[in-house]
Design a protein around this ligand. Structure first.
Ligand code: FAD
Ligand code: SF4
Length: 397
């Protein structure tokens, strides 16, 4: 439900501008103007002395004909010409939902020169792929991808849409949900089917991770959610599988896109690509000072892995936030997770407990991290890390 300004009533007093918590009101010559940043919170309505701001008359919702909506869709994010793992992970999980609901599974590919990726979607379980290719969609941009996704949903009416809770997915998902008039459960860590209603049961941490909330979307379609990367395992690809490709013409024009990609500046190298890493070496407060992170980096380097950090290490400024693993950081699921000088607080475990093998190095034999570790080394990280790095270097040589 949008908030609107009646231009004829606005006396341009500016009283609403400082009240908006989102900086969404601009004063223009003849009227106050509500920008895209508006979240429709309504904080400005009361303060307007001219009663020029109001919620748009709520259209009484006509009960949605939900029978028109079918099939499970997974938005497959593409980065540098390759599908991000989370898209393939969600196809694996989407396959289970589709089979349980007796529906088809579709992947959605939006970009330029990406038709070749359809085979990856089929190999991961998709029955069909919706493919939109256009030069204006060569790189992710909010306007173009939102318009394209909304158009696809309004045309083909999926029952469920899954997206990765990545930077782009977190940008795209809520916008699309708002425009198609449905809800979205963000940052899910579990998916299932509610036995009573047959709806998708979206599970996510709530209240600072103290409870897990399971959310249903009974009234609107599609049911939408973003899911954290690495929560689910990527299915083993089966390249013998094929499916139907539905090519959809893009309706996006250059003028529709308000942002322009000028340059790509890489701040994240392989060492912080935690979601895709097979090996992660993580450091915590036990490293005692930032310089000691070089021991973590040396081991990660020799193993070809990424560098993680606990929140304590990030809060201390030893590593940038993009390295943080945990409830308020990244969720990771590598083959091997090496936790060094990390106590194993519940909020840290929330981000790495789906790792295949956990190795912990801690000088305290009672540290909780050892309860989730497959292998534990009781010792000083300053001594153990150089030894490990040296041994792996010898093996590699
Ligand atoms: P500590 O708990 O201080 O542990 C340091 C460990 O190092 C100890 O076990 C100690 O025995 C060991 N040690 C010390 N010296 C050495 C040595 N020389 N050699 C070997 N071992 C040594 N935390 C996260 O990590 N990620 C999150 O996303 C996150 N989100 C949070 C969200 C909320 C809402 C809250 C309240 C907290 C969150 N936290 C998160 C913080 C979390 O509760 C812990 O405080 C944090 O994980 C502790 O980090 P640490 O294990 O590095 O430090
Ligand atoms: Fe700002 Fe809320 Fe008013 Fe929108 S409704 S302009 S977000 S105060």
């Amino acid at each position: 439900m949008a908030v609107k300004i009646t231009k004829e009533q606005c006396i341009t007093c500016g009283a609403c501008v400082p009240v908006c918590p989102f900086g969404a009101i601009e004063m223009r010559e003849d009227t106050a103007y509500i920008t895209e940043a508006c979240t429709a919170c309504g904080a400005c309505i009361e303060v307007c002395p001219a009663e020029a701001i109001a919620r748009e008359a709520e259209q009484k919702e006509v009960a949605m004909d939900k029978t028109q909506y079918k099939d499970i869709w997974v938005y497959i994010e593409v980065a540098e010409g390759n599908p991000r793992n989370v898209g393939l992970e969600l196809l694996g999980e989407g396959r289970k939902l589709a089979d349980a609901m007796g529906q088809k599974l579709a992947g959605v590919l939006i970009g330029q020169d990406i038709a070749g990726l359809a085979k990856e979607a089929f190999a991961a379980g998709a029955d069909r792929v919706y493919l939109v290719e256009d030069a204006e969609l060569a790189h992710y941009n909010t306007d173009g991808f939102t318009a394209t996704m909304v158009d696809l949903i309004q045309t083909y009416k999926p029952s469920v849409v899954l997206m990765g809770a990545t930077n782009d997915g977190r940008d795209l998902g809520p916008r699309v949900a708002c425009r198609v008039g449905t809800g979205l459960t963000a940052d899910c860590t579990g998916l299932g089917i509610d036995e009573t209603t047959g709806l998708v049961a979206w599970t996510r941490p709530a209240f600072g991770g103290n409870i897990m909330a399971t959310i249903l979307c009974p009234e609107h379609r599609p049911q939408m959610g973003t899911v954290r990367p690495s929560v689910f395992k990527r299915p083993v690809p089966d390249y013998s599988k094929t499916g139907e490709i539905i090519r959809v013409a893009s309706k996006v024009k250059a003028a529709d896109i308000r942002t322009k990609l000028i340059e790509v500046i890489r701040v994240c190298t392989a060492s912080c690509n935690l979601e895709e890493a097979e090996i992660i070496v993580s450091g915590g407060r036990g490293l005692c000072k930032p310089e000691n992170f070089s021991l973590i980096e040396a081991l990660a380097d020799v193993l070809g892995g990424a560098v993680g950090a606990s929140r304590a290490a990030v809060d201390a400024g030893w590593k940038p936030a993009m390295h943080q693993v945990g409830q308020t950081g990244k969720t990771v699921g590598p083959k091997i997770y090496i936790a060094c000088g990390i106590s194993g607080a519940i909020q840290h475990l929330a981000g790495m407990s789906s790792s295949d093998i956990v190795i912990a190095i801690n000088k305290d034999p009672d540290a909780p991290i050892f309860k989730v570790a497959d292998f534990g080394i009781v010792g000083d990280v300053m001594e153990v890390l150089p030894l490990l790095t040296e041994e792996f270097r010898k093996i590699k040589a």
